[in-house]
Design a protein around this ligand. Structure first.
Ligand SMILES: C[C@@](CO)(OP(=O)(O)O)[C@H](O)COP(=O)(O)OP(=O)(O)OC[C@H]1O[C@@H](n2ccc(N)nc2=O)[C@H](O)[C@@H]1O
Ligand SMILES: Nc1ncnc2c1ncn2[C@@H]1O[C@H](COP(=O)(O)OP(=O)(O)O)[C@@H](O)[C@H]1O
Length: 281
C-alpha cells in the first residue's frame, strides 16, 4: 500500500452527481437531497510542508479567493482547533478543477487537507470524526473524506456505499461559475421529488432537479447540455452546474463524441474511480 508523507503529491479528485433529487427542505433552509457521488480521475493536487511555527500559509492563493476564506486554509485551521494541535503547515494547491463547476473542487481540496494533515500531524481523528468536521465547511466535504462512491441522503452526509461499474465520462465545462446558493435559492426550484428506495437505484436512473434552474439562469449550460444530449440522451448536469457530463461503458465511445466537440466548447474525458485515492489512508 502507498505510504503518504510530507513529500507526497496529495490528490483531490472531482466528483460527478450521477443524479440529484431535491426531496425536501430543512427548517434552516438547507435542502434534503438524494444523490449518487462518483469520483473521477481528474483532480487538483496539494502539497504540504511542515513549519517551525503554528501558522497555516497558502503558498498559492487563488485569484479572487482571499486566503483566509480559502477552503484549504479553513480546513487546516478547523483541524488545529478541533484537536488542539500546535503544528503549522504551508499548503500549495495546483488548481485544475474549475470553480463553480459542480465538480466539488473546493470541497475536495478541503477534504484532502483534513485527511492529509490528520495523517501528517498525527492528530488521530477517525474518518467519521473528520466527516463531521468537514460538514462544518460545506455539504459536499464529508463525501470526499468518506472516500467511497456512495448514495447520499440528508444534505449529502448520510451514506450508503455503492460498487459502480467501470465507466468513462465526457465532461463539458461551460465557461461560467455557477453559485450554488443562487440555484438552491431559486423560487422555481422543484423541491418535491418523491424519495426513491436506495437499494433500488441503478446507474442511468434519476435526473438532476437543479438542472432546469441552472439552464435558465446560465444559457451556456443549456447550450452545452443540448449538444451533449444529441450524442448521449442521458447526459446530465453535475451538482448545481456548470459542468454537464455523459457516461459511457467504453472509453472509445466517449472519445468518439469528444472528437465531435464543436469549436468553442471546452471539455475533457475522465474515467470513473472505484474509490477516492485516499480511501485507505
Ligand atoms: C449541489 C451540490 C451537490 O453535490 O454540489 P456542488 O454543485 O456545489 O458541487 C452540493 O449539495 C452543494 O454542496 P456545497 O457546495 O458544499 O454547498 P455549501 O457550501 O454547503 O452550501 C452553499 C449554499 O447552497 C445551499 N444549499 C447547499 C446544500 C444543500 N443541501 N442545500 C442548500 O440549500 C445553501 O444556500 C448554502 O448556503
Ligand atoms: N480551494 C478552493 N477551491 C475552489 N473554490 C474555493 C476554494 N476555497 C474557496 N472556494 C470558493 O468556493 C466556491 C465553490 O467552488 P467549488 O467547490 O470548486 O465549486 P462547486 O461547489 O460548484 O463544485 C468558489 O467559487 C470559491 O469562491
Amino acid at each position: 500500500m502507498k505510504s503518504w508523507t510530507w513529500d507526497s503529491d496529495w490528490p483531490a479528485p472531482a466528483k460527478l452527481n450521477l443524479f440529484l433529487h431535491v426531496v425536501g427542505r430543512r427548517a434552516d433552509g438547507y435542502h434534503l437531497l438524494q444523490t449518487v457521488f462518483r469520483f473521477i480521475d481528474r483532480a487538483d493536487t496539494l502539497r504540504f510542508a511542515p513549519r517551525a511555527d503554528d501558522r497555516i500559509v497558502l503558498a498559492t492563493p487563488i485569484p479572487g479567493v482571499p486566503p483566509d476564506s480559502d477552503l484549504t486554509v479553513r480546513a487546516a485551521r478547523l483541524l488545529q482547533q478541533a484537536t488542539g494541535c500546535t503544528q503549522g503547515a504551508t499548503i500549495s494547491l495546483d488548481k485544475r478543477l474549475p470553480m463553480g463547476g459542480g465538480l466539488g473542487g473546493g470541497s475536495s481540496d478541503a477534504a484532502t487537507v483534513l485527511l492529509a494533515l490528520n495523517h501528517l500531524w498525527q492528530t488521530g481523528l477517525s474518518r467519521p470524526a473528520l466527516e463531521k468536521l468537514g460538514l462544518g465547511l460545506g455539504a459536499d466535504v464529508p463525501v470526499f473524506v468518506h472516500g467511497r462512491n456512495t448514495f447520499a441522503e440528508g444534505v449529502g452526509e448520510a451514506f450508503t456505499d455503492l460498487e459502480l461499474p467501470a465507466a468513462s465520462y465526457l465532461v463539458l465545462h461551460p465557461a461560467v461559475n455557477v453559485p450554488t446558493a443562487a440555484i438552491f435559492g431559486a423560487p422555481e426550484l422543484r423541491r418535491d421529488t418523491p424519495p426513491i428506495e436506495t437499494a433500488k437505484w441503478r446507474p442511468g436512473q434519476g435526473h438532476n432537479d437543479l438542472e432546469a434552474v441552472a439552464c435558465s439562469k446560465f444559457p451556456e449550460v443549456a447550450t452545452h447540455l443540448a449538444w451533449l444530449k444529441q450524442h448521449a440522451p442521458e447526459a446530465m448536469m453535475t451538482g448545481s452546474g456548470a459542468c454537464v457530463f455523459a457516461g459511457f461503458a467504453r472509453r472509445s465511445a466517449a472519445e468518439a463524441v469528444f472528437r465531435a466537440l464543436p469549436a468553442g466548447f471546452d471539455g475533457w474525458l475522465a474515467d470513473g474511480l472505484a474509490e477516492h485515492p485516499l480511501a485507505k489512508i
